[in-house]
Design a protein around this ligand. Structure first.
Ligand SMILES: Nc1ncnc2c1ncn2[C@@H]1O[C@H](COP(=O)(O)OP(=O)(O)OP(=O)(O)O)[C@@H](O)[C@H]1O
Length: 580
C-alpha cells in the first residue's frame, strides 16, 4: 500500500521543519515501530502460550511471562510516544514561529500590505501550531502503516488464506484513504483562508476601535467581521463530512474483514490445519490489520498540517530585503539620493529624485500632503527600497551595507512611534547597541521627555502599558530614542507634528545642537521647522521642485502655498524671517 500523500509535493517549509526535528522524528518513528513490532509479536506469543497451556507443557509459564513483558513494553513505549509526540510538535511549532516572525519583520510593511496584520498573526500563532504537528503526525502515520502491513505478513506466515481475505479488502481501504487525502485538503485550505480573512477584519477593527465608536458602527463592524462565518461553517462541515465518510467506510469494511479472517481461520481449525493458538493469533492480527481505520484520523491531521504549512510557505515566499557585507568607511554621514523612483499602487510617487545632504547638515523635506515625503524618508534610511535609483551613505550604497552597520548608522523618529520595550527606559534604549542609562536620560532631556517621565508612577521604570501618554508625549519618547543612538544620520519623519509650537521649537534647537555632528533629514509640515534647517527640499509632483534655504524658497508663491493650509505655521515662518 502506498502513502496517499506523496513526499515530493510536501511544502518546502514542511520538509525543512521535518529536517529540523529529524532526530526526534526518527526517535518517534522508531518508538512507534518498536510498538508495532511488540504488537505483532504479542498475538504470536499469546497463541503459543495458549497452545502450550492447553497441552500442559512445562515451558508455558515462560511464554506467559513473555506476553506480560511485551504488554509492559507496549505501555512504556506508549508513554514515551506521548511525551515525544508533544515535545516534537512544540519544538517544530516554535521553530516555525521563529522563522515566520523573523521573515515577516525582514519583509516589513510589504508583508502586512499583502496579507494583512490579522491574517499574519493568525498564521504565526494558529496556523503554525497546526503545521507544527506535521513531523510527529508523519512519523505516527508511517508507523501506523507498518502495523497493518506487518499484521498481513504475520497472518500470511500462519496461513496464506486468511491473509488473502485481508488483502482482498485492502484496495477498498486504500481508495477510501486516497479520496480522504484529496478532498479534505481543499476543505482545509478553504477553512484556513476564511479564518485568515476574519482575523484581518478583526485586527483592523481593533486598530480602528475609536473611529468605529465615534461613528457608532460597532454593530455593523461586528457583522462585517462575522460575515464569512457561514462560509467557514460550510468549509468546516464539508471537511467533517469527508472525514466522517472515510471513517464510516473504514468502520464498515474493517469488521467485515475480521469476520472473513475468523471464518477462514475457523474453517482451517476444523480441518486441523490451524491450532487453537494460531486461531487466536490470526484473530488478533485481523484486528491489527483492520486498524488501518485509525489512519483516517492521522491522515486528516497530516492533510491539515500540510495545508497549514502551504499557507506559511506563502509568507516565506515574499522576498525579504537582502543586505551586503560592507561596513562604512570613516566619514561624517554624507547622504546622497540618486535617481530615486518609487511606484506605489500603480502610480509613480517619486520620479527620479536627486538629493544630497552634506555631512553634518540638516535638510528639511516639505511638500503637500501625499507628495511622497514619508516615502522619501523611508528610502533614505532603507526602510524600503526604491524601484530605481540608489542611496549612498559616505559613498557606500545602502544595499551593500551589512544589516547591523546600516541600522547603527541611521536612526529614525516617526510621527506615531511604536513604543516597544518593557519600561519607559527600555523604550528609549530600544535598539542595538543599547545605550547606557546616562545616555537615555540625556536623550530624554533633549527630547523634552524627562519631566513627564519623572512624573510617571515609577519614573523611567514605569511599564509602557501603564504609562498613559498623549500623542505629543509618545512622539517625544520616539525622539529620545532616536537621540540616544550614535548614528551618523538622523531621519525624522514628521516626528514633531504632535508637539505644541514652543516644545517643537525647543526640540528642534536641541536636535540641531544635541546631534550637531550628525546629518539630519526632517520631513516637516511647519514653516518654522523648515526655517531652522540648513536647506529645504521642496517636493512637488514626485520631483524635487527646488532646494535652498527656506528664506530663499519663501520668495516663491508655490512654496508659500505648501504651508498655506497652516496659518499659524505661516505666521511663525514670517516671524523667523521667512519674508513673503
Ligand atoms: N504601500 C502603498 N501602497 C499604495 N500607495 C502608497 C503606499 N505607500 C504610499 N502610498 C502612496 O504614496 C503617496 C505618498 O505617500 P507619503 O506617505 O510618502 O506622502 P507624504 O508626502 O508623507 O504625505 P503626508 O504629508 O500626508 O504625510 C500617497 O499618495 C500614498 O497613498
Amino acid at each position: 500500500m502506498t502513502t496517499p500523500v506523496p513526499a515530493d509535493c510536501a511544502p518546502a517549509l514542511l520538509r525543512a521543519a521535518t529536517r529540523h526535528s529529524g532526530a526526534r522524528c526518527a526517535a518517534l518513528a522508531l518508538a512507534a515501530l518498536a510498538a508495532t513490532g511488540a504488537n505483532l509479536l504479542l498475538p504470536a506469543a499469546l497463541g503459543r502460550a495458549l497452545d502450550l497451556l492447553l497441552a500442559g507443557a512445562a515451558d508455558a509459564t515462560r511464554w506467559v511471562l513473555w506476553c506480560a513483558a511485551l504488554v509492559l513494553l507496549l505501555a512504556v513505549l506508549d508513554a514515551f510516544d506521548t511525551v515525544l509526540d508533544g515535545t516534537t510538535t512544540a519544538r517544530t511549532t516554535a521553530w516555525l514561529r521563529r522563522r515566520l516572525t523573523g521573515h515577516v519583520l525582514a519583509v516589513g510593511p510589504r508583508a502586512v500590505g499583502r496579507f494583512g496584520s490579522g491574517d499574519l498573526v493568525a498564521r504565526i500563532v494558529g496556523i503554525a501550531a497546526q503545521a507544527g504537528t506535521a513531523p510527529a503526525t508523519l512519523a505516527a502515520l508511517f508507523a501506523g502503516l507498518a502495523g497493518p502491513v506487518g499484521a498481513v505478513v504475520a497472518l500470511g506466515l500462519i496461513s496464506p488464506w486468511p491473509a488473502a481475505v485481508l488483502l482482498g479488502g485492502a484496495p477498498v481501504l486504500a481508495l477510501s484513504l486516497r479520496v480522504l487525502a484529496r478532498d479534505s485538503s481543499g476543505c482545509a485550505e478553504r477553512y484556513q483562508q476564511v479564518q485568515g480573512r476574519m482575523a484581518s477584519a478583526l485586527s483592523e477593527a481593533i486598530e480602528g476601535h475609536r473611529t468605529i465608536a465615534a461613528a457608532g458602527t460597532a454593530d455593523r463592524t461586528v457583522a462585517r467581521i462575522l460575515r464569512p462565518l457561514p462560509e467557514l461553517s460550510r468549509a468546516g462541515h464539508r471537511m467533517w463530512r469527508v472525514q466522517g465518510r472515510a471513517a464510516a467506510q473504514a468502520a464498515a469494511v474493517a469488521p467485515l474483514l475480521q469476520v472473513g479472517v475468523l471464518a477462514v481461520a475457523g474453517f482451517l481449525l476444523a480441518r486441523q490445519r490451524l491450532t487453537v493458538g494460531e486461531l487466536l493469533a490470526a484473530s488478533r492480527y485481523a484486528v491489527l490489520a483492520a486498524g488501518i481505520g485509525v489512519l483516517v484520523g492521522q491522515l486528516s491531521g497530516l492533510v491539515q498540517a500540510r495545508t497549514a504549512a502551504r499557507r506559511l510557505d506563502e509568507v516565506l515566499a515574499e522576498p525579504a530585503a537582502s543586505y551586503g557585507v560592507r561596513h562604512l568607511p570613516p566619514g561624517d554621514g554624507e547622504l546622497e539620493l540618486r535617481g530615486i523612483t518609487v511606484r506605489r499602487g500603480g502610480r509613480t510617487v517619486l520620479d527620479g529624485v536627486d538629493l544630497v545632504v552634506p555631512a553634518g547638515t540638516t535638510l528639511a523635506v516639505v511638500g503637500r500632503s501625499g507628495t511622497g515625503k514619508s516615502l522619501l524618508a523611508a528610502v533614505a534610511g532603507r526602510l524600503t527600497d526604491p524601484d530605481e535609483g540608489e542611496v549612498r551613505l559616505d559613498g557606500v550604497p545602502l544595499t551593500e551595507l551589512d544589516r547591523g552597520a546600516l541600522r547603527r548608522a541611521i536612526a529614525y523618529a516617526f510621527e506615531r512611534p511604536a513604543l516597544l520595550g518593557e519600561s519607559v527606559e527600555d523604550t528609549i534604549a530600544f535598539g542595538v547597541p543599547r545605550p547606557d542609562r546616562a545616555r537615555v536620560r540625556e536623550a530624554a532631556l533633549a527630547a523634552r521627555a524627562d519631566a513627564f517621565v519623572r512624573r510617571l508612577p515609577d519614573g523611567y521604570a514605569t511599564p509602557v502599558a501603564d504609562a498613559p501618554l498623549s500623542g505629543g508625549e509618545a512622539q517625544r519618547l520616539g525622539l529620545a530614542r532616536a537621540f540616544a543612538r550614535d548614528s551618523r544620520v538622523l531621519i525624522l519623519d514628521d516626528a514633531l507634528s504632535s508637539l505644541d509650537t514652543i516644545t517643537e521649537q525647543h526640540i528642534t534647537e536641541a536636535l540641531l545642537h544635541h546631534t550637531a555632528s550628525r546629518t539630519r533629514l526632517l520631513v516637516a509640515h511647519r514653516a518654522s521647522t523648515a526655517s531652522r534647517a540648513d536647506a529645504v527640499a521642496w517636493l512637488d509632483g514626485g520631483q524635487v521642485r527646488a532646494v535652498g534655504p527656506h528664506s530663499e524658497l519663501w520668495q516663491l508663491a508655490g512654496y508659500r502655498e505648501v504651508f498655506g493650509a497652516r496659518p499659524e505655521g505661516v505666521a511663525r515662518a514670517r516671524s523667523y524671517g521667512g519674508g513673503g
